[in-house]
Design a protein around this ligand. Structure first.
Ligand code: SF4
Ligand code: SF4
Length: 458
């Protein structure tokens, strides 16, 4: 198996002896955007020299700027079912908790998606607990088809990423055939004893089956997979090593590693006892971890959820985060309920502001909120995406796409003040498109969008 606990623990221990010259060599390599091997990542994780950490932050900022610029891809989660047969100690949806469970009917899916679309979202992460009886894969397929079939005056949901339980190659083939975006699955923790302790009962308790889910997904034809851990369950450095070894395994076996990595931290939720978790990650450590992952896998998108508050988001955006959720609800039917003033979320959301406020604030902070889904729709997935990303040319399409989708968003969802702000951002950023042909095309498309045209992308 590609995760060997003793090997990781020994490596982290040995890495404490890494000489300064070796750290400098690793940082030089990271600065050339070459990514890092897990042994090199171990050395950075355990290094406590403030001068080295300062260089890590510096390089993370450079990578972020060079590859992602100031674009932030926006998305929202859509919880469709809270039935779950697992007993994950950290989750309020675990089957030991008693509350009225449900899954959305297709009409309710449409209702939720209509609200999300009114918020301007074009990219969703569909989420469901594990329950083959109450929430079989066919139900998930129906949800995806329902979402893709919906058309609104202002467009449609253009990419549905899916976060559902580990399953079979056959089911992954079905998900692929229906056109999922990224298949997301958090390992939660790579530390097997902790994994077995917190996954008290249910099929998810099978560590190896969960760990090999992406292998089956890729065998089933899914191109883009998104990993993650729930920081706070086990030693965070161990978790980063687990993520990196998993990524290397996928690269070696399938030629492409994680499309995205998510970095949630444990937070308060109903029924979750915080004192059960001795590895809660402090802000400073979290910031260091995000920056080191940025150095390690420069071309992998990094996702931050609504769990983090505004100040932490701002900090982590500088360290490497490239995707954010906004205006999220983590409850089944939560968007409709929120409109009615009721809710019972899976976890506490620390940034409660609506999507438009978060997006507006991102522009104030100098970022370009992007609703782009172009790669998926142009067939730039899996290794085709990674080749373009590693060639450095991805940004030639990302920036125009960000500006065109921001312009769409401003026209369709923004008030006058928002539109003025978005126009200023667009003007400033258009000037940064160096390729004359692309610049002219982007400008022309923006004019067409302002005149009522929609859905332009490169
Ligand atoms: Fe179920 Fe997922 Fe919650 Fe575990 S984390 S109890 S699998 S919904
Ligand atoms: Fe993402 Fe591709 Fe759009 Fe860039 S062009 S933001 S990589 S979907």
């Amino acid at each position: 198996m590609f995760i060997d606990r003793q090997y990781i623990e020994a490596l982290l221990e040995k890495a404490k002896q890494t000489p300064d010259e070796e750290i400098d060599r690793i940082l030089d390599k990271a600065e050339r955007f070459e990514g890092l091997r897990h042994e090199e990542i171990a050395a950075l994780l355990v290094n406590e020299n403030p001068a080295h950490l300062s260089r890590v932050y510096d390089i993370a900022g450079k990578i972020k700027q060079h590859i992602y610029g100031n674009r932030i891809v926006m998305f929202a989660p859509l919880y469709v079912s809270d039935y779950c047969v697992n007993r994950c100690a950290y989750c309020s949806y675990n089957c030991g908790h008693s509350f009225h469970r449900r899954r959305l009917t297709m009409d309710e899916v449409r209702q939720e998606v209509a609200i999300l679309e009114r918020m301007g979202h074009k990219r969703l992460a569909l989420e469901a607990g594990e329950d083959d009886e109450n929430c079989p894969v066919d139900y998930i397929l129906d949800c995806i088809k329902t979402i893709y079939d919906m058309k609104f005056d202002n467009g449609e949901i253009r990419r549905v990423n899916v976060n559902i339980a580990a399953t079979t190659v056959e089911n992954y083939k079905k998900l692929h055939d229906v056109g999922i975006g990224t298949y997301i699955l958090f390992q939660e923790t790579y530390h097997q004893p902790t994994y077995e302790k917190v996954h008290v009962a249910g099929p998810k308790r099978d560590y190896e089956y969960h760990l090999t889910a992406f292998d089956r997904a890729m065998e089933g034809g899914v191109d883009d997979v998104g990993g993650g851990v729930l920081f706070g369950l086990a030693d965070p450095y161990f978790e980063v090593m687990g993520l990196m070894l998993h990524n290397e395994h996928l690269e070696e076996r399938f030629g492409v590693g994680f499309h995205t990595i998510s970095v949630p931290r444990i937070c308060r939720a109903e029924g979750v006892q915080m004192d059960l978790y001795p590895h809660l990650v402090e802000d400073a450590t979290f910031e260091k971890i995000v920056a080191i992952i940025r150095l390690a896998v420069p071309f992998t998108g990094m996702i931050l959820s609504t769990r983090e508050d505004h100040d932490m988001r701002v900090k982590l955006l500088q360290r490497g985060i490239s995707q954010l959720s906004a205006g999220s609800s983590t409850e089944v039917g939560g968007y409709s309920k929120r409109e009615e003033g009721l809710s019972n979320p899976q976890f506490v959301v620390n940034d409660e502001r609506d999507a438009v406020s978060i997006i507006s604030e991102l522009m104030d902070d100098g970022y370009i909120p992007s609703f782009c889904t172009a790669c998926y729709r142009s067939g730039r997935t899996g290794d085709r995406f990674m080749r373009l990303a590693k060639s450095g040319h991805i940004k030639d399409v990302c920036l125009p796409n960000a500006l065109m989708t921001l312009c769409e968003y401003a026209c369709d969802y923004g008030n006058e003040q928002f539109q003025t702000k978005a126009a200023a951002v667009t003007e400033r950023e258009l000037a940064r498109i160096e390729n004359e042909k692309v610049h002219t095309l982007t400008q022309a498309n923006i004019e067409k969008i302002r005149a009522g045209g929609r859905d332009f992308y490169l």
